[in-house]
Design a protein around this ligand. Structure first.
Ligand code: SAM
Length: 282
């Protein structure tokens, strides 16, 4: 039986049985494979690292979308950096109050291949008239654009290869520049138990630019090793303190369907284990 082994860590990993390979190629930026696995459905990996699976993608995309958008409460303009599989776009499009969504993805082959082989991720979101897809390095986009956003979602690969620039101080400073007053930046920031150094580094790099920089989390099965942390950064310190009741009012008004996110999970996701609090306290 053919198998696929993730190579994110030298001393530990996960292996998938491969029932069928839909696509495998070296794009201009990275090695891309999409394959069928009996447990997780269609799986996409970039440069040996699992990016998303049909079975558990809803957890990650719902949490990186609905937590910032419902905490903000009046989002009109959203910027997604990365997100080539289209799952984040699908979740943002559920918010009818959002007027414009810009997605900046460096690799157009990821977009095209995921449209073809992971159609349930974008589920037609790329055809939403509010959506504009820009093929560019996200770091270059935020450095040069004059546009401003209420929420920026950095849905990037790990800080390896093309994704590395999306974890730098310059990138965070440029994101701050691109946020409207009261805006929120959230980012994919790795599995805390396995990549705690990345959490600490991000915390240190965000702090100079945002009055409130913190983390929230969710456990996504195929991001192995425990809870995945999401970085949270905004100048509006009240947003992270909103009551579950206020979030519930907004969630009900938005009338969106979810499979993982709910107002109680929203509030609870900001509760962090002591080892993370100890690591980021300075
Ligand atoms: N959920 C995944 C995770 O947590 O690792 C991320 C999924 S998504 C597929 C990651 C996307 O980031 C990929 O489509 C990749 O091409 C894109 N990407 C990597 N570096 C980028 C950059 N500098 N600018 C824009 N997109 C980038």
């Amino acid at each position: 039986m053919k198998t696929y082994t993730e190579t994110l860590y030298d001393a530990y990993g996960q292996e998938f049985s491969v029932d069928k390979v839909y696509f495998e190629n070296k794009t201009e930026h990275q090695h891309l494979i999409i394959f069928e696995n009996a447990m997780f459905g269609r799986v996409m990996a970039l440069d040996g690292i699992i990016q998303t699976t049909e079975a558990d993608e809803f957890i990650y995309h719902e949490m990186l979308t609905h937590v910032p958008l419902l905490a903000h409460g009046n989002v009109k303009d959203v910027l997604i950096i990365g997100g080539g599989d289209g799952g984040m776009l699908r979740e943002v499009c559920k918010h009818q109050s959002v007027e414009h969504i810009v997605q900046v993805e460096i690799d157009d082959q990821v977009v095209e291949m995921c449209k073809e082989y992971l159609p349930q991720h974008s589920a037609g979101a790329y055809d939403d008239p509010r959506v504009e897809v820009v093929i560019d390095d996200g770091a270059n986009f935020v450095r040069t654009t004059e546009r401003r956003f209420d929420v920026i979602i950095s849905d990037s690969t790990d800080p390896i290869g093309p994704g590395d620039v999306l974890f730098t101080s310059d990138f965070y400073a440029d994101c701050k520049k691109c946020l409207k007053l009261g805006g929120v930046l959230v980012t994919q920031n790795g599995v805390a138990y396995m990549q705690l150094d990345e959490v600490v580094t991000t915390g240190k790099r965000l702090a100079p630019y945002f009055r409130d920089s913190y983390f929230y989390s969710a456990a996504v099965p195929t991001y192995i090793g425990g809870i995945m942390t999401f970085a949270w950064a905004t100048d509006d310190e009240s947003l992270r303190q909103l009551s579950t009741e206020v979030i519930a009012e907004r969630f009900n008004k938005a009338a969106i369907t979810t499979r993982y996110y709910n107002p109680a999970i929203h509030s609870a996701s900001f509760a962090l284990p002591q080892y993370i609090l100890d690591a980021i306290k300075d």
